[in-house]
Design a protein around this ligand. Structure first.
Ligand code: 5RP
Length: 234
């Protein structure tokens, strides 16, 4: 992962977010992801709703995105109240050239995955520092049911996954919007993402994990110059 300063990173995130806002058209049902890049997207979509009369319905992947969107005049519908989502736009923590990604830096990976799984198209918005040869340097978030989670932690430790219970800025155990906990796996590199994905999801107590394997259709990458679009031909 190339390092860039946070001012440039924010500029590139914003460029990707504004570019991706062009994908949202009148009448669409749009999944809205979570994180700082999506916050910039939602700001831009809110501006278009208010100034250009853009008319779409959002389905949020977190309570915070829903609150932000509604405060800007974007209609939000519940995932269970709609049949299908036309398009979801979300952020990511790392993406490789096989379109495998790590998500969950903000802890919203479960809602993000279920919204993505019910979308016709998935787009990620990232800055250039998140494009990597091989995913794994970013800690992999695993959403775990609190009941029995000590045993899940032990299984992950025994497997050499270096799990750490996520805490919030006050040092309290972080809770997801579904009231689950997050175990961050410090893996450094992931040699076989499919094998790891299967091992994690087959561990009793795991609700979901932050590996999104070949699930994304397009990645809008904020780059110096202009955003670049990576298209996954699958
Ligand atoms: C939250 C996520 C985010 O989309 C991911 O962490 C990217 O965040 P940011 O745009 O703040 O860099 O997966 O669970």
């Amino acid at each position: 992962m190339s390092t860039i300063n946070s001012e440039l990173q924010n500029k590139l995130k914003k460029a990707a977010a504004v570019k991706a806002a062009d994908y949202v058209k009148d009448g669409m049902i749009v999944g809205l992801g979570s994180g700082s890049t999506v916050t910039m997207l939602v700001d831009e979509l809110g501006r278009r709703v208010q100034e250009d009369g853009l008319n779409f319905t959002g389905v949020s992947t977190s309570i915070s995105t829903a609150k932000q969107a509604e405060s800007l005049g974007i209609k939000i519908s519940d995932l269970d109240s709609i049949d299908t989502i036309d398009l979801t736009i979300d952020g990511a923590d790392q993406v490789d050239s096989d379109f495998n990604g790590i998500k969950g830096g903000g802890g919203n990976l479960f809602w993000e995955k279920i919204v993505a799984a019910n979308s016709k198209k998935l787009i990620w918005i990232v800055d250039q520092s998140k494009i990597v040869d091989r995913i794994g340097a970013f800690p992999l978030a695993v959403d775990v049911e609190p009941f029995g989670s000590h045993h899940v932690l032990k299984k992950f430790s025994d497997a050499g996954f270096n799990p750490v219970v996520r805490t919030d800025k006050n040092g309290k155990i972080f809770k997801t919007d579904s009231n689950n906990i997050i175990l961050d796996l410090h893996l450094h590199k992931i040699n076989d993402p499919d094998k790891l994905s299967n091992a994690l999801i087959n561990t009793v107590g795991v609700v979901e994990h932050g590996l999104f394997l070949n699930a994304v259709n397009e990645v809008v990458v904020g780059k110096e110059g202009a955003p670049q679009i990576m298209i996954n031909s699958k």
